[in-house]
Design a protein around this ligand. Structure first.
Ligand code: PLP
Length: 229
């Protein structure tokens, strides 16, 4: 399939899932995950009109960012070590994997020095799998409260990943759990501005994630393909 065909397919799946859920497709934002592909392929993605690009490691993002940085809006979606914060500050506008205070402190310190504000998703381990990054749901309220002291980090949403090897339908309770957690946090006024966004859903399960309220889906293989395609 060409990139245009992939985009058309994804748009169709998004609008059908929205229709089933009574949502507007405009509520669903797409991050094209380019971690599997080259600079050239990433350029094609940008040429197609997609602006939000996701990468999970600076090493894989670097050549693309250096060639195309100013053309995209970059999302860091992988686990982030505090000593790698310097690689992402000023380049990635969004961080999807904020899951601990030590990382938040370092992000705040460097974002403040660079005079920028990061948009952040707090990553939650809804499934409880021990291989998954993210905070347990019961710790999220206190964590977001603490983040209130960090003016250069704006918490806009929650992020989760479905369990490995699950089919889309069995991921549904995980996605629903993240939505319910968001609603509960907002009902308790966890921060002045309600938490709006849910970053959930990948190639194998994004339609279910959208039915459960995803506002950002992170799509690699189904949208951008892998390099051998
Ligand atoms: C790789 C990756 C994705 C995209 O994966 P696909 O299944 O190829 O769509 C989404 N989110 C995260 C955190 C990833 O690391």
């Amino acid at each position: 399939m060409t990139l245009e065909q992939r985009i058309a397919h994804v748009n169709k799946v998004v609008s059908e899932a929205c229709e089933r859920a009574g949502r507007s497709p405009e509520e669903v934002n797409i991050v094209a995950v380019t971690k599997y592909v080259s600079v050239d392929k990433t350029k094609q993605v940008l040429d197609s009109g997609i602006v939000h690009l996701g990468e999970n490691r600076w090493q894989s993002a670097k050549p693309k960012w250096e060639a195309l940085g100013s053309r995209g809006i970059w999302h860091f979606i992988g686990q982030l070590q505090s000593n790698k914060v310097k690689d992402v500050i000023g380049k990635f506008a969004y961080i999807h994997s904020l899951d601990r205070l030590s990382l938040a402190k370092e992000l705040e310190r460097q974002a403040s020095a660079a005079d920028i504000t990061l948009k952040a998703f707090v990553q939650v381990n809804v499934s409880g799998e021990d291989t998954k990054a993210g905070l347990p749901p019961e710790k999220v309220f206190d964590f977001i409260r603490q983040l209130g002291e960090f003016p250069h980090i704006e918490v806009i949403g929650l992020m989760t990943m479905a369990p490995f090897d699950s089919d889309a339908e069995s991921a549904r309770p995980v996605f629903r759990g993240l939505r319910e957690l968001r609603d509960e946090l907002n009902a308790k006024n966890v921060q002045a501005k309600p938490i709006e966004h849910l970053s959930m859903g990948m190639s194998g399960d994004f339609e279910v994630a959208i039915e459960e309220g995803a506002t950002w889906v992170r799509l690699g293989s189904i949208l951008v393909g892998k390099e051998e395609d």
